[in-house]
Every structure is written in structure tokens, then in C-alpha cells.
Design a protein around this ligand. Sequence first.
Ligand code: GLU
Length: 459
Amino acid sequence: MASQTSSIVQSSLDALLEDESFLPGLTGQTRKQAFTSLGAILSTPNHIHKSFLRIPLENGKVVRIPAFRIQHNDTLGPYKGGIRFHESVNEEEVANLAALMTLKNALHEVPFGGGKGGVAINPRDYTVKDLHLICQKYVHYFSDILGPDKDIPAPDVGTGDREMDWMMAEYKSIRPGTTYRGSFTGKSVVNGGSLGRREATGKGVYFTFRYMLHDFLNEKRKWLSGTENKFAQTAFSYADRPLDIAVQGFGNVGSVAALEAYRCTHLKNKVVAVSDRNVTLYNSEGLDIPALAEFTSSNDGDLPTTEEELSKLKVKAEIMDRDEVLYLDVDVLMLAALEDQIHQENMKQIKARIIVEGANAPVTGEADEFLSDKGVIIVPDILANAGGVIVSYFEWLQGRETQFYSEDEVFKLLFDKMTATMDTILPQFFGDPFPLRQNCYIHAVMKLSTISYRHGKLY
Ligand code: GLU
């Protein structure tokens, strides 16, 4: 587990150990021992599976590609989490992402544990045929440990419904006769995927932000205006003000979150900047997000990078360096690219007072502490980007029932679930001095501890 995750888990356990109203059946030495056990359980994964996939490429070469499936914790149900295709994939990163899935599912009361997979490739360097073979081999190598009641993968960075369809098909042929629909989520809709799954993470990211700054704030206006809490003051200073938003990353999460912001009528917000791996586009009057989203869908996912492309699209924007998106003078920064984007070297240049983590772990521990001390609200990954896994859960249920929900039903269920989590977390967050991440971790760890205790596993 990366140091930030493990240190917040540990401090959550320390706070719960002191709070004797939590698990009152555990006292004295037994209590201490039980909490030490929990620390040991949560700080290490249950299983690390690693293989080298041998792939004869279309160009005639044969390569061996490192591939992982790490199963962190299954206290709440089968392991669940995406499979990432990215050249930086390594064991430590996948293990940390698996731990985040355990916490994310516990926080939102999704009956799954936490797992994650990864393949160390840049998918852009491979042909469609190569990628198909990589997916088949991944399932082949890990088929014993995967399954609808064991470990259920989903898309992550670099993968999507195409890869999940291929993987599910391979699983089905390796294990004929099993209830294969629930073996992978994030599949295409024609192949048993859920309506709304593709947009779920981005929609959930924007919904989390909107619910906190609009619905919750309006309802609790009186109570919030009286609190001394620095985060409540930050939130309050934004109430009823037009907000400028910058979005880092314009993939499946960032583009949908930006579209939601563009279309939102509850808040007076403007998306003034978006970025991707090549470029930042900026317009202080607000960008034409639908036009940009349309462009990327027919341009291999990339934003326009030249004046000609922009003028053809009739989009007015200043072209800036890729990382400039982080340092703009905006109110809100949505991070929907990769991990470790705000860190010790650049944290002092951040001007946004609200940061929403659409990606997993985009802010390092040092930067998190530094910005939180200044009253910056960081809406953490496990709260904000859970829309994907929540709708994965609905997909898994629909696959079991072979009964499918409408898109409206899916989004209603999603927003209801996220609302329930926020209604539990936010009153505490605005009332005590801990950052939102710590509040979320305490809640998730409480859930995991309670169930481990009820299972008789704490000794
Ligand atoms: N990869 C997504 C995440 O990090 C979704 C996982 C899932 O749907 O299982 O939350």
C-alpha cells in the first residue's frame, strides 16, 4: 500500500481505537490486539498474482509482458476493480489501487472487496489483433482466480468495453456452463453491459461536486454559516457564485465530467480549461465542451492541438502546454488523468480552492497535507470517482437477474447511492477539523472493522 493510503488507514484505526463507543464489545488488551490485526490486514494485499504474458505479435516478434491481478481484501464480498493497460503499471502501483478499491467499496456500501489488475503496455503501440490476444492471455493466465463470485474485473485506464467483451468471451469458453455475465463488468450494452456504465464515473464525479456545493450547502446553509471549520468556510465562500472549472484529462472520466458541468443548470459554472496528454485549451469565457467531445470521439481520443483544427471546429481557445491546466487561476480543478499529478514540486502553484479527484490518487500525501492545511477542499477519489464501480455493481446484478434497467433507472440508483454516502460523511466533515479524505477513510475502515469483527476475524 502506498504510504499516503497506509498512513491514513493507520490514523483512522488509531482514532477508532480511542473511540470506545465503536465496537464496545472489544475492551482492554483484546481491543488493542484487534486493532493491530486490522492494521496488518488492511496494509497488505491478500494475494499478489503476477505473470508474464507471452504474445506473438502481428509484426512477427514475440514479447513477454508483465501482468498483474492483486486481490487486496474480500471482507465485504468478491474482489472487484479494473484492469489497467499502461506502460507505468507495476506491482506497487497495482497494490495501492487495489487497496483504494477496498476502501471505495466499503465507503459506498457496495458489497465487494478490492482488487486491481494491470498490464504494462502502452495500448497505442499494439494492433487490435495484438490487444485481443493480450486480453485472451490475461484471462487464460488468471482464470483460476477470477469469476463472478471470486474476482470481477472492469475497465480502467487504457481499457474499455471492447477489452471487457473479449475477456468475458474468453472466460466463457474456458469455463463453459458458468454464469459468465457477472465475470466482467463494463462490457458493451449489447453484450450484457449496463446502460450508463460508460458515463457513470464522470457523471458521479460531477454529481459529487454539485451535491456538496449546491444541494447540501443550500439545505444546511444556516448551520454551515455558523461553523468555524475552515473547509465549511471555503465551501461557503463559493455559494451562489459563478465558478470557473478546469478539467485535467479528457478521456472517459474528464470529458463526461466536463459535459456535465457544461450542461448543469443548478450551479453557475463555466468550464474554462480542459487538457489531455498533448495540450491545455483555455477560454476565460468558457469552452464549447460538446464540440470538443465530438472532436475527440473521431480523433483517437485527442483534443485539437492547432489553430486550424480549432477554427474548423469553430471553438475559441488559447492553446497552452499540457500541464498549464493545473496552475490556472480557477475555482475548481477536476483531476481526471493519472496518479501523482499534484506533488511536492508543484503544490505551491495550485490556485484552485476545490480539487475533485476523478482519477485514483492524483494528489500525493505531501501535497494533500499542504493544500488541506490551507483550507483547500480535496474531494477524494474514493468518494468522487466511485460511480464506475457502483454501476458495475448494478451491471453485475442485472447479469445475474438477466433483467435490465433503463438508463434513467441506472442514474437514479447511482445518484441515490452517492447521496446516501455524502449525507453520512458531509455533516461530520464540515463539523470536525479533519480533511474529507480522512473522514471517508474512517467511515470505510469502520465498515470493514465491524464486518471483520462480526465474522470473528479479529484476534
Ligand atoms: N476502474 C474503476 C475504478 O477505479 C472501476 C472499477 C469497477 O468498476 O470495478 O473505480
